[in-house]
Every structure is written in structure tokens, then in C-alpha cells.
Design a protein around this ligand. Structure first.
Ligand code: FDA
Length: 393
């Protein structure tokens, strides 16, 4: 089988791989990108509801989870949200800012992918799709054997992501190759993922499927003020996706259904002002109707407000303000937006993403143990780590 030679081989034509490839290619390196999917950037295309939340104005190392929480700092400083936005503007992609500093395309995520591919063309990057990788060897340089050919290079970049959403092409290849080169991998887990209710809660929560409301969700010391969404299996919505990355099995979440309000006082005032009203109609003033219908009788009973003694108001207020929800499990990689954990950052240079014990081997993007919050941070890590590696190659 014929062998083709390149300066660098990048495995993975996702956000991080394409960023690495065009950065290196535009500096003169001969770069090959290999991917087993038949199209590049599948996750880009479906991201942000099809509009790609491509970065966030508040990018900073404290918005990322990692065993080494300082690791991302260097790469983020050399590829900022402003830098990526400049690229987006140069390609005349219309964009807008949503809440919490999140930047989205006005039109379609396709524009971000087209931009990356155009930059790859400018860097003379070769992209080969539908390539099944059979094995990777390292002697003098690297040799990657696929079903169709063998490719050789001085440098190999692991940009093949994590385990999230296998049906989009996610595999454990990056982790497996790291282990092959004796690089440790921090235990991968699903992140930014819906949480399932246990048997005790499932029935009443299922009846609320589709209900959404703004809350404050907490797990230990970390809390997020965003929306939750009741699903047929438990809870989702941005507040839950965010908190899921911090949740560990067995831990309860504390959910404030009326954040910023003193619920005990609200209930007492309602009792005085509307003594003949029932729980559903009083709670319905502050909560979505279906939630009030379910929660009202459970917490305050069937009697009108005049007959609510203080001893039931206090636990009711507590349940509304600090609902202790104990998820049974996450919905797993099939539904997780990201993979927490991955290639151990202690084995990588934070400046270049090169492995300290394996010269010429780099790891970027979601494959690495750096996971962003929801809101454009994960793509930003793909851009920043890809840029760092691309410059270094
Ligand atoms: P990515 O997974 O994108 O790319 C890896 C590439 O490697 C893929 O092309 C894959 O086919 C290839 N590959 C894998 N295994 C291989 C193998 N064995 N052989 C060959 N090739 C292989 N983030 C954000 O910041 N804003 C957002 O709006 C969203 N929205 C969003 C929606 C959904 C539904 C998901 C699932 C995820 C998001 N994300 C997001 C997260 C974001 O998509 C993710 O963090 C980046 O795509 C990671 O980029 P990478 O290039 O590292 O991996």
C-alpha cells in the first residue's frame, strides 16, 4: 500500500482539528486531516440549535473544569474571544450576543464550518474523510494506517474529541491512543447532560414534561441561575446541564424555584390577602400553571389559604426555595454535550499541547481534560488549544 508523507497528521476534522490544521498549514506545514465521518465538523453543524454558540465574551480559565484548573490559561490568553470574533468578522459572518456573553451566528452554524474549511484551503490542508483508522505507530516519526493508505508524518495531533454523542461519530480513539503512548487519561464522564429522576420522583415529574422556569440550581458550593426543563425522564435545561458537570452520583441538587424571593413571606401575605384562594391558584401567580397544580396540593394541602397553619407554610416555603432533588443518573454519552476528563493535562505542555514524554504528539479540544461551562466555552477551548498546537507545529 502506498505511503503519503506530511509534516503533520491531525486525527479529527472537528472544531479543534480544523483550527490546528489551518493554523499550521498557513505557517507552511504540509498538513493532513483524517476523519472517519463522511463530512467534517458534524458537531459544529448541530451546535447552538443550528446557530453555533461559537465563543463567549467571558472566556477565562475559571469557566473550565480540569484536574489542573490553571492549564487552559496560557492557550486562552493567546486566542481570545476577541481574536476568534475578528476571524468571524473577516469572513463577514453575521452574529449576535445572547444572554451571559454567548455569541451566536445570526444565520447558520454552516457559516462557521465554511469559514474553517476556507481557512484550511488557504493553508493547503488536505482533508480525507471516511477514513477508518486501523493503527498508529511511532518509530522515527508517526505512521497512521487506514483502510485506504498509510500516512507518515513528524507530528501527530489527537483532535478526535471525547465520547459524547456516538451517533455523530464520537469514539474513544483519542483516549486509546494516549494510553498506547503511556499518557494517562482522567476518567471520562458525560458532562452538560440531562439528569434522570429516581423511581420516587419519576411519576410526578413526568406529568410536568415540557414545563420550563428560571431557577437557581446548586450542587455543593456551585450554583447557576438559568432555566430548568422537566422532561419525561427527569430534568434538563441550561441550569441542569451546567450543574450536571459538577454533580456526582448520590449527591442531591438544591433547586430554588423562586430565586431572589422570600417565599415564606409571599405565602403569608397571600394567606392574608386571598384567604379563600387555594394553593394552585396562589402558586400559579409565581410558577408555571402545571407546576403550581402539582406542587400546590402536595405542599399546602387541599384547604383554602385561611386554613394554612404556619407549621405547613415553613416546610412548603423550604421545598419551593430549596427543593432537594436527588438524580438517579445522567442520561449518558448519548445525550451529553461534552465529555469531562480525558487526556491528562499534566502530561501536556500548556503552551503547545505537546506531550512532554512523546515528542511530536499533540492533543487538542475535547480529547483533553479541559471542559467548559455551557455557553460557547467548549468551542472556545477547541479554538484556543488548536491555535496553540497549530502555532507550535
Ligand atoms: P469533535 O467531537 O467536534 O470532533 C472530533 C472529530 O474526530 C469528529 O469529526 C469525529 O468524527 C472524529 N473522530 C472521532 N473518532 C474518530 C475515529 N475513531 N477515527 C477518525 N475520526 C474520528 N459547544 C459550544 O461551545 N457551543 C455550542 O453551541 C455547542 N453546542 C453543542 C451541541 C451539541 C448537540 C453537542 C453534542 C455539543 C455542543 N457543543 C457546543 C460542544 C462542542 O461541540 C464540542 O466541545 C466541540 O465540538 C469539541 O471539538 P473537538 O474538535 O475537540 O471534537
Amino acid at each position: 500500500m502506498k505511503q503519503e508523507k506530511f509534516d503533520a497528521i491531525v486525527i479529527g476534522a472537528g472544531a479543534a482539528g480544523l483550527m490546528t490544521a489551518f493554523t499550521a498549514g498557513q505557517q507552511g506545514a504540509r498538513v493532513l486531516v483524517l476523519d472517519h465521518n463522511n463530512e467534517p465538523g458534524r458537531k459544529i453543524l448541530i451546535s447552538g440549535g443550528g446557530r453555533c454558540n461559537f465563543t463567549n465574551r467571558h472566556v477565562a480559565a475559571d469557566r473550565f473544569l480540569s484536574t489542573n484548573r490553571h492549564f487552559a490559561r496560557s492557550a486562552l490568553a493567546r486566542c481570545t474571544a476577541r481574536d476568534f470574533l475578528a476571524l468571524v468578522k473577516r469572513h463577514r459572518i453575521a452574529w449576535h450576543e445572547k444572554t451571559l456573553g454567548q455569541l451566536f451566528c445570526d444565520g447558520s452554524a454552516r457559516e462557521i464550518l465554511a469559514m474553517l474549511l476556507e481557512e484550511c484551503r488557504a493553508g493547503h490542508v488536505t482533508i480525507r474523510l471516511s477514513e477508518t483508522i486501523r493503527d498508529v505507530r511511532h518509530a522515527d516519526g508517526y505512521e497512521v494506517r487506514t483502510d485506504t493508505a498509510t500516512f507518515a508524518s513528524e507530528t501527530l495531533v489527537l483532535a478526535c474529541g471525547g465520547l459524547s454523542i456516538p451517533k455523530l461519530g464520537a469514539t474513544g480513539l483519542a483516549h486509546d491512543l494516549a494510553r498506547q503512548f503511556a499518557i494517562p487519561v482522567v476518567r471520562p464522564e458525560p458532562g452538560l447532560v440531562p439528569l434522570q429522576a429516581g423511581a420516587d420522583d419519576l411519576e410526578w415529574m413526568q406529568s410536568l414534561a415540557g414545563v420550563s422556569l428560571p431557577v437557581r440550581a446548586r450542587c455543593g458550593k456551585i450554583g447557576f441561575d438559568e432555566a430548568i426543563l422537566f422532561t419525561h425522564r427527569g430534568l434538563s435545561g441550561p441550569a441542569i446541564l451546567q450543574i450536571s458537570s459538577f454533580w456526582k452520583e448520590g449527591l442531591p441538587l438544591g433547586i430554588d424555584l423562586l430565586p431572589g424571593r422570600d417565599v415564606l413571606t409571599l405565602l403569608k401575605d397571600a394567606r392574608s390577602a386571598r384567604p379563600r384562594a387555594h394553593a394552585t391558584s396562589i402558586l400559579g401567580e409565581w410558577l408555571p400553571r402545571r407546576l403550581a397544580e402539582t406542587m400546590g396540593p402536595r405542599l399546602l394541602g387541599p384547604k383554602p389559604a385561611a386554613e394554612w397553619p404556619d407549621r405547613i407554610l415553613r416546610p412548603a416555603a423550604q421545598a419551593l426555595q430549596n427543593w432537594s432533588f436527588k438524580p438517579a443518573r445522567t442520561e449518558g454519552y448519548a445525550k451529553a454535550e461534552v465529555t469531562i476528563g480525558g487526556i491528562d493535562t499534566r502530561a501536556l505542555s500548556s503552551r503547545t499541547m505537546e506531550a512532554s514524554t512523546v515528542p511530536g504528539l499533540y492533543a487538542v479540544g475535547e480529547a483533553v481534560d479541559v471542559t467548559g461551562w455551557l455557553g460557547g466555552y467548549n468551542f472556545h477551548w477547541a479554538w484556543a488549544s488548536g491555535h496553540a498546537a497549530g502555532v507550535a507545529i
